[in-house]
Design a protein around this ligand. Structure first.
Ligand code: C2E
Ligand code: MG
Ligand code: MG
Ligand code: MG
Length: 286
């Protein structure tokens, strides 16, 4: 009996592994095609000076307009893109596309807007990254200071000496670095001090449950104090309520991002967003 069950268990395992492998292989394959067929798109989420404006920049967030499955968020395909190495091509496309879009906005008169691009761990560690960034900046004639590169705290602390070296090379170009999802990783404060970043983004998890009497308020205060002492700006992500907006502002966050102020939207709807911002800002002030 035991032997039989074991065999059946093994067969089942084998079959489900094959199915997973197959569907993943299919997804990687489809993602290659998606690049060729221009099915990838960037949405943009505004980042505001606290509490309600003006816009300081927009973060590019990747989407896949899948012909059968509709609009796919990055969680669905980025982990696999990272595992297969395809993220390098996808990431190059993102950097270029974000610079192209920023150039368009500049030509439309939004000359102070900056754009932020998320980097994956693998992409961050590629020696070709500096070249990719330089090429994109030159091609689209973007002043380097208007491009921000976001790396997560976890990525930055994976190999801290390397990260200092990479970020030093990148920021030497004049671009800015931002440490994303801060508070969820394990930072060495010694390395944090050495990283040439200009911004910390407080992870959404701490903003989520924020209220005057939650422990998260203490954590946010501590992160703000740490950032200030290291001369870094603080951005809070995932701001969904006016209470969070006011509280984060009073705790000293420099900028805010979240569904309350603006969801990620396709670039062609950016004018709509601006109208929304001005009415929203008036409501907030009033
Ligand atoms: P992230 O960089 O931390 O981006 C913030 C995520 O939170 C985005 O999810 C955004 O849509 C979402 N968000 C923003 N405001 C709110 C809010 O108020 N409430 C809630 N519940 N969510 C909010 P998204 O677009 O699904 O992206 C998820 C993650 O995927 C990003 O986290 C980033 O790590 C990664 N990602 C996105 N685009 C790229 C890319 O082009 N390259 C790389 N390597 N990673 C990317
Ligand atoms: Mg980000
Ligand atoms: Mg984040
Ligand atoms: Mg994140």
């Amino acid at each position: 009996h035991t032997k039989n069950n074991g065999r059946n268990g093994y067969n089942f395992f084998q079959r489900s592994m094959n199915t997973i492998a197959q569907s993943q292989l299919q997804l990687v394959n489809d993602l290659w095609l998606a690049l060729e067929r221009a099915e990838l798109r960037l949405f943009y989420q505004p980042k505001y000076t606290a509490p309600s404006g003006p816009i300081v920049g927009l973060e590019a967030l990747l989407r896949w307009q899948h012909p059968q499955r509709g609009l796919l968020p990055p969680d669905i395909f980025l982990p696999l893109a990272e595992k297969s190495g395809l993220i390098i091509h996808v990431g190059n496309w993102v950097i270029n596309e974000a610079c192209r879009q920023l150039r368009c906005w500049h030509q439309q008169g939004h000359e102070n807007w900056s754009v932020a691009v998320n980097l994956s761990a693998l992409q961050f560690e590629q020696s070709s990254l500096v070249d990719t960034v330089v090429t994109a900046l030159e091609k689209h004639q973007i002043p380097p200071r208007l491009l921000t590169l976001e790396v997560t705290e976890t990525t930055a602390m994976r190999n801290p000496d390397e990260s200092v070296r990479i970020l030093t090379a990148l920021t030497a170009l004049g671009v800015r670095a931002s440490i994303d999802d801060f508070g969820t990783g394990y930072s060495s404060l010694l390395y944090l001090k050495r990283l040439p970043a200009s911004e910390l983004k407080i992870d959404r998890a701490f903003v989520n449950e924020l209220s005057e009497n939650s422990g998260d308020a203490t954590i946010v205060s501590a992160i703000v104090a740490l950032a200030k002492s290291l001369n870094l700006k603080v951005v809070a992500e995932g701001v969904e309520t006016p209470q969070q907006q006011n509280f984060l502002t009073s705790l000293g966050c420099n900028s805010l991002q979240g569904y309350l102020l603006g969801k990620p939207i396709p670039p062609e709807r950016i004018d709509e967003l601006q109208e929304f911002i001005s009415t929203d800002a008036r409501q907030t002030v009033a």
